[in-house]
Design a binder for this molecule. Sequence first.
Ligand SMILES: Nc1ncnc2c1ncn2[C@@H]1O[C@H](COP(=O)(O)OP(=O)(O)OP(=O)(O)O)[C@@H](O)[C@H]1O
Length: 271
Amino acid sequence: MILTVDNIACGYGAQTVLSGVSFEIHSGDFMCLLGPNGVGKTTLFKTILRLLKIQSGKILLNGKNIANWSQPQLAAKIGYVPQAHTPPFPFTVLDVVAMGRSARLGLFGSPSPADMKIAGQALETLSIGYLRSSIYTRISGGERQLVLIARALAQQPEFLIMDEPTASLDFGNQIRVLDYIRDLVTKSGIGVLMTTHYPNHALRYGSKVAAIGKNGSLTTGAPRQVITEQYLQDTYGVNVQIVQLQLRDGQVASACIPLSTQTASTAEKTG
Ligand SMILES: Nc1ncnc2c1ncn2[C@@H]1O[C@H](COP(=O)(O)OP(=O)(O)OP(=O)(O)O)[C@@H](O)[C@H]1O
């Protein structure tokens, strides 16, 4: 299965946020999307999910334009993990996760016992089965994020679009969730597109990276080719060094170390 974003422009009303965006995600890809605050990552996601009207260009699944697909049709293929939010109604965690099943059923479909079982399994997979009867509005922000991931998994999609899924997680849960997503990609062949503000997450976990620069231009490729010291300096205005390390298990990994908030050129002038 291939998700193709073909030269799209997206935004709000007459205002264009991003244009000329093209990339492909294949089953088994773990693509990390990097870019500064406010550049348009969430806008792009909402456009792919057809929550926002596309301004121009095409989005294709296996070569088929999804422009006229119904939401349940799309939900059977693409799951979405939004940034954690507090909903107005105090649903139980299990009900929230079961909504992932309802997304596939349409507006009037209600989840069957089999759907509730899949929802319960999604909670167990993320080791949060103990939260199933808790009220969603009364759990922590990190727990809510895990519940939203479980909801997307219950949808059993072929692609998963995740908007900063680790943003409110503690260090341990960040690594557990990223490990879990990588396993899911490797074992089940699902394709993932995930935003992160951490270049190290993209270097360590991404099989591909799409990086949006300050001017809205998008570069895609292998993590080490796209995440360069120059990209990070130009985009975020920080002086960084990317180092290669041999890990205890023999693997070689790259990591990005911030040196200071001065750009390289400022550092040269003042140093
Ligand atoms: N509902 C909206 N109506 C009009 N403009 C919006 C709306 N939502 C976002 N924007 C604008 O669109 C631009 C892109 O916002 P978006 O949320 O896509 O950025 P982002 O890259 O996801 O940012 P962040 O990294 O901070 O989450 C911003 O300038 C924002 O102010």
